[in-house]
Write a protein that binds this ligand. Structure first.
Ligand code: GLN
Length: 285
């Protein structure tokens, strides 16, 4: 009898949670979400039927997922989904996992996009599309152009636009501004790679599994900001806005770059954890 009960879902869950306890802050939750994926059932089902037996194939598939999580792979890559701005977006290992603090970038950008005007918005570095899709969703009148150098990222971003039926955003393959030469935008936003190269950070935690292309920002982490700030004023309407997400210790470096290029009204905002996270500014010709 004992042998059989080992295959009961409730016991299996407890064992899996115990295995993950050394690797995750939320082992029980992770174990439940992963079993839900295997059985294609909501977590409530697991609570309702703890004595339901897992067959051999289910146990096999579950063990594989638990092993991936145990190796440190982020839940978002295993499940293929991460929620951002209340949208469960598709993600894979070709794109950065959207961070909750990036919602601050969306919030600040929306402040400069009136609801009833046909504002043109440009995002540099679409990733899975999180920021562009949130803005486009909140401002149906706006026309959002979103560029990325990674075709793989664009594939995911376009899929997300389709899944959420968001039609006022166009995803383009481009190295920063290259594909939008000659165009002007009211608002330009970017969450570029800004982690210092060879930072022990890149080798730690979730970042190990994320694309370096989306994270590594050169020796001082400011390389992408430098390039974008050098070029951005050609693409921003008079008194238009430029907004960045950046690292917690990059506010001063970015401010210096902006001041050297005649940007003004420079303001830095803190995220929910109290860290410098978003800087906005305007451009005057
Ligand atoms: N916020 C991310 C991190 O430090 C980095 C994102 C980025 O480089 N744009 O985990």
């Amino acid at each position: 009898m004992k042998y059989e009960s080992e295959f009961e879902l409730g016991n299996y869950l407890s064992d899996a949670a115990a295995v993950l306890a050394t690797r995750s802050d939320s082992p029980r939750l992770d174990a439940e979400i992963l079993l839900g994926l295997v059985l294609r059932k909501p977590r409530s089902y697991l609570h309702a039927w703890p004595e339901r037996m897992l067959d051999e194939e289910e146990r096999h598939r579950y063990n594989l997922l638990i092993r991936r999580r145990f190796s440190g792979e982020p839940m978002a890559y295993i499940s293929g989904v991460r929620e951002f701005w209340s949208m469960p977006l598709r993600v894979n290992r070709q794109v950065l996992i959207p961070r909750p603090e990036t919602e601050l970038l969306v919030e600040k950008a929306l402040n400069h996009i009136p609801e009833d005007e046909e504002v043109r918005v440009l995002e540099l570095g679409s990733g899975c599309g999180a920021v562009s899709l949130a803005i486009a969703h909140e401002r149906p009148q706006a026309e959002v152009i979103s560029v990325d150098i990674s075709e793989d990222a664009l594939t995911i971003a376009r899929l997300n636009a389709k899944l959420f039926k968001i039609n006022n955003v166009e995803f383009l393959h481009s190295n920063w501004f290259d594909a939008v030469r000659g165009q002007k935008f009211n608002v330009v936003v970017s969450n570029p790679p800004y982690v210092i190269n060879r930072d022990e950070f890149l080798l730690a935690g979730d970042l190990r599994f994320e694309p370096e292309l989306a994270l590594a920002g050169g020796d001082d982490g400011l390389e992408c900001f430098r390039e974008i700030i050098d070029r951005a004023h050609n693409y921003i309407v008079r008194q238009g806005w430029l907004l960045f997400e950046h690292g917690t210790d990059q506010e001063r470096g970015i401010r210096r770059l902006l001041e050297a290029q005649r940007y003004y009204d420079i303001t830095c905002y803190q995220d929910a954890a109290g860290h410098d996270r978003v800087t906005e500014c305007r451009f005057v010709e």
